[in-house]
Design a protein around this ligand. Structure first.
Ligand code: ZN
Length: 179
C-alpha cells in the first residue's frame, strides 16, 4: 500500500504555522488549482481517503466555485506538509496526530486510542486491537504511520540557515547546535 512519496498534484496539503502540529487543513481544486480550507479534520480525511478516485473541486464546497478567490495561498508564510493521497480514514474514536520535528526534517505520526493511549507503530496497534474485543472490525491496516512530506520551499529561512531541515542545503553547521 505504500506508494511513492512523490507530490501528487491534486493532493491535500496541510499548512503548519509553528506550534508543532497541524492547524489548518486544505485541499487543492483539480481544475483551478486554488486551495480551499477544509473546516474539519474529519472532512479532510474523507477527501483524502478517496482523492485518486474523486479529485477535489471547488464546487464540492457549497456555494463555492472556481471563480472565487483562494482561501489560502501556498507560500512560505506557513510551512506546508503534504499527505499521501488515499490514506484510510481514522477509525472511529481514534485520533491521528502529526507533530513536526523542531528541525523540520519530518513529522512524526501517531494515533491516540479512545482510551487516550498514544500509539506509534503498526505492531503496537495490532496488539491493542487484538487484546480488545471492542475493536472488532478495526484492522491494523486502517492506520497509516507514514509521514507526510514537508515542503522544503516553505520551511522558515532561519531553520534552513541553521543547517537544519534539509541535509543538502546545509550552509554552516553550528558547533554547539541549537542549544
Ligand atoms: Zn476550482
Amino acid at each position: 500500500m505504500k506508494e511513492s512519496q512523490e507530490t501528487p498534484k491534486s493532493s491535500s496539503k496541510k499548512p503548519y504555522t509553528g506550534q508543532g502540529s497541524i492547524d489548518v487543513f486544505a485541499a487543492q481544486c483539480n481544475t483551478c488549482k486554488k486551495w480551499r480550507v477544509i473546516q474539519s479534520e474529519e472532512e479532510f480525511e474523507e477527501i483524502r481517503s478517496k482523492l485518486s478516485k474523486e479529485p477535489f473541486f471547488c464546487n464540492k464546497r457549497s456555494g463555492v466555485s472556481c471563480e472565487d478567490p483562494a482561501d489560502i495561498e501556498y507560500d512560505a508564510t506557513r510551512t506546508w506538509v503534504i499527505d499521501k493521497p488515499n490514506i484510510q480514514k481514522t477509525p472511529e474514536g481514534f485520533k491521528r496526530h502529526l507533530v513536526l520535528r523542531r528541525d523540520y526534517s519530518k513529522l512524526d505520526t501517531y494515533y491516540i486510542t479512545p482510551e487516550g493511549k498514544k500509539v506509534r507503530s503498526q505492531n503496537e496497534i495490532a496488539t491493542i486491537l487484538k487484546g480488545n474485543p471492542r475493536y472488532q472490525g478495526v484492522s491494523p491496516t486502517d492506520f497509516d504511520f507514514g509521514s507526510p512530506k514537508v515542503m522544503e520551499d516553505t520551511i522558515p529561512v532561519d531553520v534552513i540557515k541553521k543547517g537544519l531541515g534539509s541535509s543538502n542545503k546545509k550552509l554552516k553547521p553550528t558547533k554547539d547546535g541549537d542549544k
